[in-house]
Design a protein around this ligand. Sequence first.
Ligand code: GDP
Ligand code: IMO
Ligand code: MG
Length: 423
Amino acid sequence: MKVDVLLGLQWGDEGKGKVVDVLTPHYDVVARFQGGPNAGHTLEFEGKKYVLRSIPSGIFQHGQVNIIGNGVVLDPVLFRDEAESLMQSGVDLKHVLKISRKAHLIMPTHRLLDAAYEKLKGDAKIGTTGKGIGPTYTDKVSRNGLRVGDIFCNFDEKYSIAKKRHVNLLEALGETVDIAEAEAKWLDAIEYLKQYDIIDSEFVVNKYIDEDKKILCEGAQGSMLDVDFGSYPFVTSSNTVCAGACAGLGVAPGKIGEVYGIFKAYCTRVGSGPFPTELHDETGARIRDIGHEYGAVTGRERRCGWIDLVALRYTIMLNGVTQLIMMKSDVLDGFPVVKVCNSYRVNGVETRDFPYDIEHGIEPVYTEMEGWNMDMTGITSPEQFPEQFKAYISYLEQELNVPITIISVGPDRKQTIDLRNNR
Ligand code: GDP
Ligand code: IMO
Ligand code: MG
């Protein structure tokens, strides 16, 4: 059985957590392949809301195995907080969760380095989540990292070498380092981690594939934050595109099946960096208000704008998307006109191709569509969609050349319309 991948096509926060939860009953295994607690994946059902950061979004269904893959970076303290709060809610986490031995550990000093590098950049700062993501992946690539598997073998020595190196770096950057309290908590959380099923996840995942088990890989962030293809340097430090699922779980490229590309009916971004269709006006503020566009974890205001098909065509290409999932359609319910950016004017020349530099000289060219002016949050089948909304979907499908198969009209699990059996 091939492995399916679900990932964000914009700048993150597309609604991945909700859809993974909705799709989980069709799968045996859900696996995260990159990112770490910079993610905040929100799920809502039965009047309750949960935000997941490092733990996959498949833990609320019916006993599916959930895996934190080797491509993930794990902060033991945040992991413990997340795990304990889930167990208090009745989730039988210890029986369903497995963690790769090869996942890298975020240390307290990684967070200090994240903050110090941001401070150094001044106005050019990335606007990171401050969770130590960049420095942890930097240590991984420069072959200095600590992995989950290390906690069982000579850990004290490995930890103190890594810490010393970080402290030297921080002091060279003019920082005073006082981590005694954070360190004690972190070392305690390392002990806590030992109770979990720490595995060679690449073997386990491939065994499941051979046994014809159905696996869903859950992406974090979005393709426009990919370290290679995103709006560099305003990106995260991992490969958020589909190839990241191969490297982050040990799945061969030929084993990838469906690629679900998820996007909002409009567009948002949190943190610094270019955003061609950003609205700095009343309309942008209205989208933010109606869509509750504030970070799931940090509470930071998300920047809002119209949908950008130039960027979407680019990320659909990079990921080999086979099905599109459109989220937050209901947020546009009351807008008399909905705009779609289908091309950019770059220094006066119109193009549909995504340019190297999206920061300078870019003017989005919009197609205006009639709004639907109807509350869609209670819709349960596609026949109930207003004609103007149907026209919006058809236009996007025609321009993106991939079918939209699932539409979300509200944050709850139930507010999801699957078009696959309905068309
Ligand atoms: P993720 O990081 O991709 O999982 O997305 P987030 O959880 O960070 O952000 C998505 C937000 O939109 C969450 O607050 C969800 O509860 C909410 N949401 C998801 N789908 C819909 C939808 O169709 N309509 C509305 N109004 N909210 C939604
Ligand atoms: P989910 O999985 C939205 C952004 C940060 C910053 C940049 C780098 O919930 O979609 P980092 O801490 O990764 O070094 O920050 O990436 N960012 C996200 N934006 N959703 C996310 O995750 C994000 N994770 C990181 O705001 O601009
Ligand atoms: Mg999020």
